[in-house]
Design a protein around this ligand. Structure first.
Ligand code: TEU
Ligand code: CA
Length: 572
């Protein structure tokens, strides 16, 4: 069987607001993207995933859509979109759109109608509940769930005398997938973009669309982890009873009729859900974005969630990654990512953004791209761009960061200095600082005032510098991407983890037929010695790619490693 294109592709994610501003209003836009396609082509990526550009009040930077069939004016027009898509296709680059259909904006015409009366035909497009009578006999919120962006998931709607559900901000009401008419609306808007020529979808929190309804029409409370406050409700909504049914319907109604790449964003997903959803026969999507490896540097079970910082234990990463590799091999498929618009920059998070910035960024890229799956590169990752440490909360724009800080300081009395430390480590704005193109004014991103402050490192870390320097992260990523095109083992080879308990060295093999590659990565600034297990013969070997030209030894059963070294080796 021919390998589908989405298995051998590398995807580049563009966060349009922060990529390139063509008209000086400080906001990146579609014309800006079209002007930078040389950069993507030089890198060698096959597909662009574009974060939302639809019409939106931008409460959550476009993940709150008020018109699914139009472009936000700050990003351009449908004509600009068609021009961008044609320019991408002319270069052999496909385009995957962000599909945000767990919720819409409260400014969407559906919601504007829905909230006017219980009899309105659009009322049932959303999720409504009457107050629940509490133990004190007084009416209150229907469940105890806390929204992803703080506060309750329930917002009162006076005209109908009901609450509506919003898992994210109050301007992002959840859509009611139980309603077949709503589902048909979603399928129709998908066809609208596919017929326009787009090549697939990244589906925002798609495993949250089926809510855990009980027979009496109520929703369960979440377990209490923080006495006296709202509770995280995500775990209850991420694998609802009708999820697979809805996704299979979407597949049969829409996806089966086009040649697409589909990736479902799936918080809390288990390998079992990953297998079910990506099963080529009975599943529905090509692959998921799972989060397990992104949760390993937070304190498990802590109600502060991702803000409760923890140092990564490399052995946890091995256990998690190896389980996803092993359990999907030969049946499902997965995406590979370290970075996106919601996550801090990997070089700051798992590498060294100081002295060893370039080498550690290259090591992380090697480690990621040599796994089995479809790799995603997030804008700026190919430059080895790091996090920012803005001094005050007012420098941050992200709704998640701002709301968390406000509620933590005003309602829970948490220490502002400690919160700022967590924000420096984890805020989504780390990933959203404007793309540094040059060392010129505003890093060449805009001629105006950028909507979010630049990363102050731009005089040294920018695309022009990276292109000019053969030793840059960019050129290394370019070689990594080319490697995938030249060697089927990178796409199809089986993964086997080595040295599961080593705290610094991450090593694994890939095997395809008689061919075997060994990947050795030093996740530290120390100089450990890599010891290949004795049962793997390795008298002759050669380096395929490495972030330091010459190996420090010849014996793989005792190979000294330099700080943050990465080496891919063909065993002969
Ligand atoms: O993110 C979903 C999600 O799970 C987030 O709560 C994520 O865990 C969080 O941002 C990490 O801090 C998606 C989008 O990627 C995100 O940008 C949106 O804000 C969110 O959905 C709502 O649409
Ligand atoms: Ca602009």
């Amino acid at each position: 069987m021919k390998t589908p294109w989405w298995k051998s592709s590398v995807v580049y994610q563009i966060y349009p607001r922060s990529f390139c501003d063509s008209n000086g209003d400080g906001i990146g836009d579609l014309k800006g993207i079209t002007s930078k396609l040389d950069h993507l082509q030089a890198l060698g990526v096959d597909v662009v995933w574009l974060s939302p550009v639809y019409r939106s009040p931008q409460d959550d930077n476009g993940y709150d859509i008020s018109d699914y069939r139009d472009i936000a004016p700050e990003f351009g027009t449908l004509a600009d979109f068609d021009e961008m898509l044609a320019a991408m296709h002319a270069r052999g680059i496909k385009l995957v759109m962000d599909l945000v259909v767990n919720h819409s904006s409260d400014e969407h015409a559906w919601f504007q109608q829905a909230r006017t009366s219980r009899d309105n035909p659009y009322h049932d497009h959303y999720i409504w509940r009457e107050p629940r009578i509490g133990a004190d006999g007084r009416p209150g919120q229907p469940t105890n769930w806390e929204a992803a962006f703080s506060g309750s998931v329930w917002e009162w709607n006076e005209p109908t005398g009901e609450y509506y559900l919003h898992m994210f901000s109050r301007k992002q009401p959840d859509l009611n997938w139980e309603n077949p008419a709503l589902r048909q609306e979603v399928y129709a808007l998908m066809r609208f973009w596919l017929d326009r020529g787009v090549d697939g979808f990244r589906m925002d929190v798609i495993n949250m669309i089926s809510k855990p309804w009980r027979e009496d029409g109520s929703l369960p409370d979440a377990p209490v982890v923080r006495e006296g406050f709202l509770q995280p409700g995500f775990a209850l909504t991420c694998n609802g009873p009708r999820l697979l049914e809805f996704l299979r319907e979407m597949r049969h109604e829409v996806l089966d009729h086009y040649d697409t790449l589909t990736v479902g964003e799936a918080p809390m997903a288990t390998t079992r859900q990953g297998r079910e959803i990506s099963d080529p026969v009975d599943g529905a999507l090509n692959m998921l974005f799972q989060f397990e490896h992104m949760d390993l540097d937070s304190q498990p079970g802590d109600p502060r969630g991702k803000w409760a910082l923890k140092t990564l234990d490399l052995r946890d990463l091995k256990r998690t990654m190896a389980r996803w590799q092993d359990e999907l091999h030969g049946c499902g498929w997965n995406s590979l990512y370290l970075s996106n618009h919601d996550q801090p920059r990997p070089v700051s998070r798992f590498g060294d953004d100081g002295e060893h910035r370039v080498r550690s960024a290259q090591m992380l890229g090697t480690w990621l791209h040599l796994h089995q799956g479809t790799p995603y590169v997030y804008q700026g990752e190919e430059l080895g761009l790091g996090n920012v440490r803005f001094p005050g909360i007012e420098d941050y724009q992200d709704i998640e960061t701002r709301n968390m800080y406000r509620v933590a300081t005003t309602e829970r009395g948490e220490d502002p200095a400690e919160l700022m430390r967590a924000i420096h480590a984890k805020s989504r704005d780390n990933a959203r600082t404007p793309m540094p193109w040059t060392d010129g004014p505003n890093a060449g991103f805009t001629t105006g005032t950028p909507w979010l402050k630049l990363n102050p490192t731009f005089p040294e870390i920018n695309a022009a510098q990276a292109l000019a320097d053969e030793g840059s992260v960019f050129h290394y990523y370019r070689r990594l991407i080319a490697l995938r095109k030249a060697h089927p083992i990178v796409v199809d080879g089986r993964h086997d983890l080595l040295l599961a308990e080593h705290p610094q060295v991450y090593a694994y093999t890939r095997t395809l037929g008689a061919e075997r590659w060994l990947v050795v990565c030093n996740f530290s600034a120390d100089s450990p010695v890599f010891e290949l297990p004795a049962d793997i013969p390795a008298s002759r070997w050669e380096t395929v790619i490495a972030n330091i030209a010459e190996p420090a030894g010849t014996d793989l059963h005792a190979l000294p490693l330099r700080p943050w070294e990465a080496r891919v080796i063909r065993l002969l």
